[in-house]
Design a binder for this molecule. Sequence first.
Ligand SMILES: Cc1cc2nc3c(=O)[nH]c(=O)nc-3n(C[C@H](O)[C@H](O)[C@H](O)COP(=O)(O)OP(=O)(O)OC[C@H]3O[C@@H](n4cnc5c(N)ncnc54)[C@H](O)[C@@H]3O)c2cc1C
Length: 462
Amino acid sequence: MISSKNTMPKRAPKERVKDFQEVALGYTKEQALAEANRCLNCKIPKCVEGCPVETPIPRFIQALKKGDYQTASYIIKEKNSLPAICGRVCPQEVQCEMNCVLAKKGLAVSIGALERFIADQERELNLEVKPKTPTKEKVAIIGSGPASLSAAADLALYGYRVTVFEALHELGGVLRYGIPEFRLPKAIVDSEIQYLEKLGIEFKTNIIVGVTESLADLKEQGYKAFFIGAGAGLPTFLGIPGENLNGVYSANEFLTRVNLMKAYKFPEVDTPIFVGEKVAVIGAGNVAMDSARTALRLGSKEVHIVYRRSKEEIPARLEEVSNAEEEGVIFNLLTNPVEIISDGNFKVNGLRCQKMKLGEVDSQGRKKALPISGEYIFLEVDMVIIAIGQGPNPLAIRNIPGLKTDKKGLIKTDSRGQTSLPGVFSGGDIVTGAATVIKAMGAGKEAAKAIDEYLQELREGN
Ligand SMILES: Cc1cc2nc3c(=O)[nH]c(=O)nc-3n(C[C@H](O)[C@H](O)[C@H](O)COP(=O)(O)OP(=O)(O)OC[C@H]3O[C@@H](n4cnc5c(N)ncnc54)[C@H](O)[C@@H]3O)c2cc1C
């Protein structure tokens, strides 16, 4: 008989919704061992195929079973330089855990929770890092999100001298400014970056490549290859009446104020934030769930998700949807906003929405949302957060001459991740559009491999 899963403990909704401390508590040693013992150590581990960075899942679980956390950690780090982050935010249910043979019975091994356990043990045990002496060329990495961090880690391990240039004053990209503290504590992001520093990677903040320093400047400084991981942080708007009213935020601005600029600590930190009594969040991805749960923690009394499709199509991680439900977020499904209503004084006073139904599957494999003629609802809200997706960050693209983009403004690359410019590679959200941490990391790793090959060819004079 297959034993049941060991659920990772988390804080009670009523308690956690009052603060920004982490919701999930992580396994105890006993729980981790019990969960690890459920792994069948399959000869052909399908779980690894489901992971975009091919984390050696059964191997690290076998080491965990023996209580050898150090070896388990080294095994993970062969492929994944940010395990404490991936263990917390990856959508495992549609990746590694979906491929677990036990998933058919709904009892997949909780791989993400085990990865998180090992990464947290590693931090506590302060395991030794073995940096490689950098003997190879200088490589510049633009941006410090997960795509860039994993490209930087692999290049450092190949022996390159790597510098990461970040536009913001803090490192981590969305991991820092987007995903809230209660889901991904910034101390975790700091410690993952400290590990990368120990690998010998140099980090420079407050540098917008293309503005503060051009690519030509960096070439003059001796950089021989480049990776652009500039991400997709440009908010998308609905284009409906009322979007310019006071009380309407893009999720990007709202979350950046709270996470990067620590508005949740106001007045201790001097970043002000307006928070409505009743809030509508438009969209149902991770960004929308984070915005809704952040609004609750900042004191909103009623928070609505407004999503034009049904529950089945919700793109957010399952765990975050159920966390949001437990915390009292109200889901208005098959509902599409058509107008943000003013109070007559340029402030939000409500949201008019049309009821929707599902139609045929569209070109992206999702059922189309179709309006039901004449059926509308009104939500009485004083704040609206728009979380319907992000476009590519334009600054690097606009200011690097010759860099080709597609219709959506995303950087075009070949199968190796090389852009239209020789020696300039790219990956992550700036190439795919808004996606996931692990996909961005996978792209960073692929590009690191391609950069290594490119520089080797250059060295050999090919
Ligand atoms: C609120 C939110 C929640 C999310 N939750 C999840 C989740 O739970 N699970 C998941 O898997 N994914 C999640 N995602 C998606 C995931 O975070 C992204 O797919 C991922 O971060 C993309 O990584 P990236 O490295 O391509 O870019 P980013 O993380 O966007 O990093 C890009 C970095 O480049 C910098 N930059 C841009 N231009 C320049 C320049 N010219 N010079 C120097 N630096 C520059 C930016 O300042 C930024 O720091 C979430 C996204 C958001 C916004």
